[in-house]
Write a protein that binds this ligand. Structure first.
Ligand code: ADP
Ligand code: GLC
Length: 497
């Protein structure tokens, strides 16, 4: 079958901008697709500090409704079949934060990301150096206007009439909802503001508009796909996702097994692999030193439990803080790395101050430290309230750091819980978000940690498992081909009447 050209649109990608797992996915999926012989153009904002040396640049005027910007597009080749287009509008993107300052949001985010989507389509319309785009793949609400503008804007409707429109939901909690005035301001017809299109409780949702505009909608694990059809996890979208029917599919994220490899990770003081775990102890010592925690034999013998996370309620930090004093009583050492909501940052800082010999906290975003902690910890805690996929549990598995997770979303799909007879167990899993359950699970894990006949096979099973993008990238290719077949029969109900 013929290779495809995919236009990806997203708000972050490693190494240029990262706040969470989206950046890792938007870096690794194009790479995996290129390895399968496809071409990928990834369109990203040029945030402050992004170096575009070596890129070929053009200036285009982006005009949607009353919004108009002269935009520099910097096209950077990444290997033969991949390129990245940076959308350069200093007034919109040259700022000291990605989505806002600290946990806040910039108040012009609707315009910032509308311009991103429009610039992506404009680039793909004008570019003559690569074959025409076969699929437009938008990630999260920030890219949501890409499929919408293909429906509503006559400049793009004809041009992309044969292109499949794929929308991926990485997290339904972020819906890109704005006052309805954005509809005329971005030149959208009122047909984009109906209950079966972008209207959401009287406001305009980029995500809902995108979900209803796309030919196919995906999310990042099969379990989260099922959960989001229920009121409990659907965040108001369960109804609309239900109407998408079998055009809504869950595809489990993979991980970049070159970047996240304990045998070659440059951020570690020593390497290790399944069958040769000695280096892991040096990593543990390095973590303890880095957090000013004791490093004597006692401390090294005690399990080190870690969290590396955005500090938001999704990640179960409320539970962790509720359980804090009981956690500190367990025979374990703790390290937390994260940034996010002030209440959690302050809560963790206070904990470290209260238990300086047992709990280490680093507030900040630090990629090398995230690698070191993955390597040096013995267990990785993810008590998420919901988790679309989660990458950290997969990084943990690969680093022999046994994950301890709630049974939600992608965590449920990737972690098999330990029981005395479970032959495929690779971690610990609990259902209810309660302090007694958390403490009971941790107590069991800490006890088993000291039984190396149980613990080492548990670690090594995770380390040997396959989590690369290979399989998932093929699933995306199937989705892309299906979306292309659906394109010619796309309804025209979005046109202004
Ligand atoms: P989410 O996307 O919801 O934040 P994921 O588990 O999919 O959750 O991905 C989180 C990614 O962000 C991982 O690569 C993790 O290591 C990284 N990360 C989160 N917080 C930090 C931090 N403070 N410093 C470094 N990396 C972080
Ligand atoms: C979101 C989700 C996370 C997922 C990531 C990448 O940030 O919260 O679970 O792994 O996107 O898809």
């Amino acid at each position: 079958m013929s290779p495809l050209h995919i236009l990806m649109v997203a708000s972050e990608a490693w190494p240029w901008a990262k706040t969470g797992g989206l950046a890792d996915v938007v870096a690794a999926l194009p790479e995996a697709l290129a390895r399968l012989g496809h071409r990928v153009t990834t369109v990203l904002p040029r945030y402050r500090g992004v170096d575009v040396a070596g890129a070929a640049s053009v200036t285009r005027t982006i005009a949607i409704g009353s919004v108009r910007h002269d935009v520099d597009l910097h096209v950077l080749a990444v290997g033969e079949r991949q390129r990245v287009v940076f959308v350069d509008v200093p007034a919109l993107f040259d700022r000291p934060g990605i989505y806002g300052l600290g946990p806040g949001e910039f108040d012009d985010n609707a315009e910032r990301y509308a311009v991103l989507a429009a610039a992506a389509l404009e680039h793909a319309t004008r570019d003559r150096t690569w074959p025409a785009v076969d699929v437009i793949h938008a990630h999260d609400w920030q890219a949501g206007l890409a499929p919408v503008l293909v429906r509503t804007d006559e400049r793009y409707r004809e041009r992309f009439a044969q292109a499949g429109l794929v929308m991926t939901i990485h997290n339904l909690a972020y819906q890109g909802t704005f006052d309805r005035e954005v509809v005329p301001r971005f030149g959208l017809p009122w047909s984009a503001f109906r209950i079966d299109t972008g209207e959401f409780w009287g406001r305009f949702s980029f995500l809902k508009a995108a979900v209803t505009a796309a030919d196919l909608v995906t999310t990042v694990s099969p379990q989260y796909a099922r959960e989001t059809l229920t009121p409990e996890f659907g965040v108001g979208f369960d109804g609309v996702l239900g109407t998408v029917g079998d055009r809504y599919v869950g595809i489990l994220n993979g991980i970049d097994t070159d970047l996240w490899d304990p045998a070659s990770d440059p951020h570690l003081p020593a390497s290790f692999r399944a069958g040769d775990l000695a280096g892991k102890l040096a990593c543990k010592r390095a973590v303890l030193e880095r957090f000013n925690l004791p490093v004597g034999d006692d401390a090294l013998a005690r399990p080190l439990v870690a969290m590396v996370s955005r500090l938001v309620s999704q990640k179960g930090l409320g539970l962790v803080l509720d359980a804090a004093d009981e956690l500190a009583d367990l025979d374990a050492t703790w390290v937390f790395v994260g940034t996010g909501e002030l209440q959690y940052e302050d809560g963790l800082r206070a904990l470290a101050a209260r238990y300086p010999a047992r709990i280490g906290v680093h507030i900040g975003f630090d990629e090398p430290l995230a690698h070191l902690v993955e390597a040096g910890a013995d267990m990785f805690l993810m008590p998420s309230v919901f988790e679309p996929c989660g990458l950290n549990q997969m990084y943990s598995l690969r680093y022999g750091t046994v994950p301890m997770v709630t049974a939600v979303g992608g965590l449920d799909d990737t972690v098999q819980p330990y029981t005395a007879r479970a032959r495929h167990a690779n971690g610990f899993k609990f259902r209810d978000q309660s302090v007694p359950t958390l403490i009971r699970t941790l107590t069991q894990a800490i006890r088993l940690y000291h039984d190396k006949d149980i613990w080492v096979p548990l670690m090594e099973r995770g380390m040997r498992a396959e989590h690369s993008w290979q399989t998932s990238a093929r699933e995306y290719v199937r989705v892309y081909r299906r979306a292309r077949q659906l394109a010619p029969v796309r309804g025209s109900g979005w046109r202004a009447v």
